[in-house]
Design a protein around this ligand. Structure first.
Ligand code: ADP
Ligand code: ASP
Ligand code: MG
Length: 447
C-alpha cells in the first residue's frame, strides 16, 4: 500500500481538492490511504478563534467561524451534486455547529485549556477530509472516510501529544484495511487518548500522521505532497534560487526538519526508518517533477541543504567546580529534563557549558535551578544555521569556506552533530537570513 499526504495549501479550495483526488486516482492500484491537513489556513483561523474566545471576544470568534463555514460550504457546492452534496452539507454543518457550541463555551468561561484547544483545532482536518472523501465519491472512486482518533493513540500531552506506538500500530491495522481500487481517507494531525479524548500531534503534525500510518501498515512508500518541488537546498521563501535536492538519507532529512525546514515535520522520518520506507516529497502544483526521495541509500557525502531555526536561546553555565568533576553535566541536563525542555546543541569547555534550547516561558525557573550549579548567562534571540550533509568535517576546504563567507556574521557557538550529518552554527537571530544567503551563494549558486 501507499500513503499520500496532502498539506493545507494542496486542499485549499474545490479546484485543488479535485486535483488531489486526481492524483490519488492514479495510485488506486497501489491501495492508497490519503492523509490530509485542514484546508488552507484553517488551523491558523482556529487558533485565532480560541484566542478571541478566551478573551471573551465572542463576536470575533463567531465571525471567524462564519468564514470557515462559508468556505467549506462553498467548496461543497462547487464540487458535489445531489444526495452526495446534501449528505456532505449535513455532515459539515453538524461539525460546524459543534465547533460553535464549543467556542461559545470557551467565550463564556474565558478559559481555553490545552485539551479544549485540541478539540477546537481538530475540526480543521475533520472538515477537510469530509470534503475530499465526498469529492472522490463524486468522481466514482470507492471511498472510505476514517476517523484518525480511533487509531492514532496518544498520551495526554494536549497540543503536542506523544504517540503510543504499540497501541497505535495495533489500532491502525484493525481500522485501516487498504484495498486495490479503493481510496481510504484519514485526517492528519489528530489523535486521541486511551479514553478517547481528542489530542493533536503539534503544528505541522500531519506529515507525522502519514508516516505513522505508513509504518503500521508496512507501506511501500509515503508521499508528502506540498507546495514546493520537494526538499530544497534551503527555504525557497528566503532564497528564491533554491533548488530541489533529488535524494537525502533519513538522517539528513531528519536534521533538516529538526533545524527548521518546515517542509516536513521534525518527527516524520522516525517511523519510516525502521522499515526502510522511502518518504518522497512532491509538489501538488507540479506532479510531474520527481521531488525528493528520502531513504536509507548511502549516497554522496558533502553539503546537501541548509536550514535555520530562529527563537533560540543560548544558556551558558560557568563553574570552576567542573574541573575534574564528574556528574556535572548530568546535573545540568537533569534540570532541563525536569522542565521537559529539550536541548538542541551543546558545547563544553573546562569551565563552562553552553546549550541551546527553544525560547520558553520556563527559562526563569530553569535559570534559578541552574544557578545552584554555577553562574548562568542567558542569551535570547539567537538562531541556528544548520548545514546538512554527510562527513562535512572531513573536508577541511569546505569548513574553511564556511567560515570565510561568514566573516561579517558573529558566530557564537559551533557544533558538529554526533550523527556526522550536520555542522551547526549559532548566530544572532537577526543574522540568520544573511548567513543563509551568503552560504547558499557560496555553495549552491552557479558561479
Ligand atoms: P504543507 O501545508 O504542505 O504541510 P508547509 O508550509 O508545512 O506545507 O511546508 C512547505 C513549506 O516549507 C514551503 O512552502 C517552504 O516555504 C518551506 N520550507 C522551508 N525549508 C524548506 C526546504 N529546505 N525545502 C522546501 N521547502 C522548505
Ligand atoms: N493543520 C495542522 C497545522 O496547520 C497540521 C498540518 O497541516 O500538518 O498545523
Ligand atoms: Mg506542513
Amino acid at each position: 500500500m501507499i500513503v499520500l499526504k496532502f498539506g493545507g495549501s494542496s486542499v485549499r479550495d474545490a479546484e485543488w481538492i479535485d486535483r488531489v483526488v486526481s492524483i490519488a486516482g492514479t495510485y488506486l492500484d497501489r491501495s492508497p490511504v490519503l492523509v490530509s491537513s485542514a484546508m488552507g489556513k484553517t488551523t491558523d483561523a482556529l487558533v485565532r478563534i480560541t484566542e478571541a474566545a478566551e478573551k471573551g471576544d465572542h463576536a470575533a470568534a463567531r465571525e471567524e467561524i462564519a468564514k470557515i463555514r462559508v468556505h467549506h460550504l462553498a467548496t461543497a457546492s462547487a464540487s458535489l451534486t445531489g444526495a452526495n452534496h446534501a449528505e456532505t452539507v449535513a455532515r459539515l454543518t453538524a461539525y460546524l455547529d459543534d465547533l460553535s457550541l464549543l467556542v461559545q463555551g470557551v467565550s463564556l468561561i474565558r478559559e481555553c485549556s490545552p485539551r479544549t484547544r485540541d478539540a477546537v483545532l481538530s475540526y480543521g482536518e475533520l472538515l477537510s477530509t469530509t470534503l475530499i472523501a465526498a469529492r472522490a465519491r463524486e468522481r466514482g472512486i470507492p471511498t472510505t472516510l476514517l476517523d484518525s482518533r480511533e487509531f492514532i493513540k496518544t498520551d495526554e500531552t494536549f497540543t503536542n501529544a506523544t504517540v503510543l506506538f504499540a497501541e497505535t500500530n495495533d489500532a491502525v491495522r484493525r481500522a485501516v484495511t487498504p484495498k486495490r481500487g479503493e481510496l481510504f481517507v484519514a485526517q492528519g494531525f489528530i489523535g486521541s487518548t486511551g479514553t478517547g479524548v481528542t489530542t493533536t500531534l503539534g503544528r505541522g503534525g500531519s506529515d507525522y500522521s502519514a508516516t505513522i500510518i505508513g509504518a503500521a501498515l508496512g507501506a511501500s512508500e509515503v508521499q508528502i505532497w506540498t507546495d514546493v518541488d520537494g526538499i530544497m537546498t534551503t527555504d525557497p521563501r528566503i532564497i528564491p534560487g533554491a533548488v530541489t535536492v533529488a535524494s537525502l538519507t533519513y538522517d539528513e532529512a531528519g536534521e533538516l526538519a529538526y533545524f527548521g525546514a518546515k517542509v516536513v515535520h521534525p518527527f516524520t522520518i522516525h517511523p519510516a526508518v525502521e522499515l526502510g520506507i522511502p518518504v518522497v516529497v512532491k509538489n501538488t502544483g507540479n506532479p510531474e517533477a520527481p521531488g525528493t526521495r528520502v531513504s536509507d541509500s548511502t549516497e554522496t557525502s558533502g553539503l546537501k541543504a541548509i536550514a535555520r531555526k530562529n527563537g533560540v536561546v543560548v544558556v551558558t553555565i560557568h563553574s570552576s567546580r567542573m574541573v575534574n568533576a564528574y556528574g556535572f553535566l548530568s546535573r545540568i541536563f537533569r534540570v532541563f529534563e525536569q522542565y521537559r525542555v529539550s536541548v538542541d546543541l551543546v558545547a563544553t569547555s573546562e569551565v563552562s557549558v553552553s546549550v541551546t534550547i527553544e525560547d520558553t516561558p520556563r527559562i526563569a525557573v530553569i535559570t534559578r535551578d541552574l544557578e545552584r550549579l554555577g553562574r548562568v548567562e542567558v542569551e535570547r534571540d539567537r538562531g541556528i544555521i544548520c548545514l546538512v550533509g554527510r562527513e562535512l568535517w572531513k573536508d577541511s576546504a569546505f569548513v574553511a569556506r564556511v567560515f570565510a563567507v561568514l566573516t561579517e556574521v558573529p558566530i557564537r557557538m559551533i557544533t558538529l552533530g554526533s550523527s556526522d550529518t550536520n555542522l551547526s552554527l549559532v548566530v544572532p537571530g537577526g543574522d540568520t537570513a544573511t548567513a543563509i544567503r551568503l552560504l547558499h551563494a557560496e555553495f549552491f549558486d552557479p558561479a
